[in-house]
Write a protein that binds this ligand. Sequence first.
Ligand code: UD1
Ligand code: MG
Length: 492
Amino acid sequence: MKMGSFRDSGLPRSGTSASIRGHDGYAHQAPRFPPSRPSTPMLAVAVLAAGKGTRMKSDRPKVLQPLAGATLVERVLASCRHLAPQRQLLIVGHQAERVEASLAALAGLEFVLQQPQNGTGHAVQQLLGPLEGFSGELLVLNGDVPLLRPETLERLLERHRSCGAAVTLLTARLADPSGYGRVFADAEGQVSGIVEHRDCSEEQRRNTLINAGIYCFDWPRLAEVLPRLSSDNDQGELYLTDTVAMLSPAVHLEVADADEINGINDRLQLAQCEAVLQERLRRHWMAQGVTFTDPASCTLSEASRFGRDVVVEPQCHFRGASVIGDGCRIGPGCLIENSTLAAGVTVLYSVLRDSSVAEGCQVGPFAQLRAGARLEADCRIGNFVEVKNSTLAAGVKANHLSYLGDADLGANVNVGAGTITANFDGVRKHRTVIGAASKTGANSVLVAPISLGQGVTVAAGSTLTQDVPDGALAFGRARQVIKPNYRPSAAG
Ligand code: UD1
Ligand code: MG
């Protein structure tokens, strides 16, 4: 909608939406239109994800920017999954292959190519072919609005249905509406049009009711008006927002929590959304009985789970699908990714990835558990110890300066400071087996493949290349030689 069309179309001079906010936080307007659809109509969802995201200044398509471990487009798709739509269409264009590849694991997605990318209206025009013959509701979601709550979409559909509307859009009142399209609506919630920020007059910019970029359309009716869009606007693009003035009834649902409809166009907004999401996650887990001693310094992934009475000290970061058992104490200073910790584990200043840690283990300070590290109950892994692809049976202690890679350690093995499993021969990796109750001396090198029996003692400073039977003491070092009176006398 171009600037001049404000007066031509008879839009009000500012958005006025006298609304009552219910206890559920949503603005309610009395529905003016009787319910017209007794049974649940067919539902299609289209996500707009073809844009380049110029303002992001990135080589990565905007919808693939990550937010708390998931991309923007993954989040948008997740927000509507519970609605079980009959069709799910993703409009791709800029780096389409990359966007498609990132979603290859999701079933039932139809990719629709928009080439070139001539605006959000042009994007939805690409659905005219794929949705030919479809009759029902079309939920259109901007691919860069990732914080939507699933319940909000439900409410949007409810409102759309109860009003028998041709289009229902999600709106919010923002103290700083700059950048967003302004929605012009009357006191009863009827929308007469949307004007993009850059096309607004000074007067129109004072309207703080903004378009969230989330719409429910009646499909046959939208399909009729889509071909009528014009690019007579500041960007010379076809705007989806212009269809709203062509459809009647057009109504809106105002969300109380404006954070939910944050659109991401640049890095600042990306950081702001990350902050909102992190705050949501921390609040959720605090309500479930987790203590954060410095919440703002910690970040969580959505897929991570925490038990009761977990204490998270400052500067801890949880990524992927980590599970932290009851009563664990984590931090300060930990990164835990895709790892499972049973009850009562302590981790201090350490990095854990793709690992599992059983009850009562103590890890750190300054330890690293890499992929496939499996610690059974009550193990202790101390400073500068790295464990990879290894199983440590209950009660193993490796307290200082060691590398345990591709190894199997029996119960109660004591790993001396500086013990190294030399697992790589330059071509292949080999395993080290250490039987229960064995003890390696300080600075031992175990050259794999090698197997030490139970109750073995390895002398400090040994390099072992051969298997050692149960109960033996193994030396693999030069004997100490003493040359008395070696130092020549100064007098000569
Ligand atoms: C859009 C809305 C604006 C609203 C805001 C909410 C329009 C014209 N404006 O503005 O009213 O307040 O969202 O965040 O719709 N896209 C395509 N193809 C294109 C262009 C964009 O698929 O040709 C996709 C983008 O990838 C993005 C979404 O559409 O996911 C929105 O595009 P964007 O350029 O960010 O629109 P805004 O300027 O934010
Ligand atoms: Mg945007």
